[in-house]
Design a protein around this ligand. Structure first.
Ligand code: CA
Length: 236
């Protein structure tokens, strides 16, 4: 088995001590450096103190919940977030994705699945430069009043920097590769999530909604029943 976690730090946030420890032990066994938190305020503190590369975040937590934790940490620094939800509750999942979670797992989950999802999310973030090259987005691309630094994963809208989550950034990068062209949801699932053939629409729609809230609603055009396009010359 490949030990691929070396050099990466993960923050595990889960109030159930047995689950927290089991997840922590399993990730340590895969080579990750793991730090732990058991409630909302503790998660935000530990995030600032330990600068993790990825956050595993339970939704129901004492203090304040995982959605609030996600909102606070993403405002501080964009980081990949994998949400753990107790129920297969679509509203709950969509709320999390809209607040900056990149992916989610429903409890009870298999440890093997968890480790695979963590590795996939880290790979996705780390292949951003590769994705930019694949998509032929210039290292410093300008689309209308948006400026995108694909190497540093930074974005400015009309001169002001906006903080995007890893998934929001990848979405923007895909759309920016062909400004004005419509990308179907299937295209976006394949490019951003690495899920060719995925057909669910809610995940991508939630992330587009979050992206719009940050870069300006009029910059991303919806083509009903098809997909999305980045407005090439938007100057507002
Ligand atoms: Ca919980």
């Amino acid at each position: 088995m490949v030990v691929d976690g070396v050099g990466r730090r993960i923050l595990v946030v889960e109030d159930e001590p047995v689950i927290n420890q089991a997840v922590t032990d399993r990730l340590r066994g895969s080579g990750y450096d793991v730090v732990q938190a058991w409630d909302g305020p503790g998660a935000v503190e530990q995030f600032a103190a330990s600068a993790p590369d990825l956050v595993l975040l339970d939704v129901m937590l004492p203090g304040f919940d995982g959605h609030e934790v996600c909102r606070r940490i993403q405002a501080e620094r964009p980081v990949p977030v994998l949400m753990l939800t107790a129920r297969d509750d679509e509203a709950d999942i969509l709320a999390g994705l809209g607040l900056g979670a990149d992916d989610y797992l429903t409890k009870p989950f298999r440890m093997r699945e968890l480790v695979a999802r963590v590795a996939a999310l880290l790979r996705r973030v780390e292949r951003a430069a590769e994705l930019a090259a694949e998509l032929a987005v210039r290292p410093a691309a300008e689309v209308g009043t948006l400026r995108i630094d694909s190497a540093a994963r930074r974005v400015w809208a009309a001169g002001a920097e906006v903080h995007l989550t890893p998934t929001e950034f990848d979405l923007l990068l895909c759309l920016a590769a062909k400004p004005g062209d419509v990308l179907t949801r299937e295209n976006l699932y394949a490019e951003v999530w690495g899920w060719p053939g995925a057909s669910g629409t809610r995940t991508v729609d939630s992330h587009v909604k979050a992206l719009r809230a940050k870069i300006g609603a009029d910059r991303v055009r919806t083509v009903h029943g098809v997909g999305y396009a980045l407005e090439p010359g938007s100057t507002t």
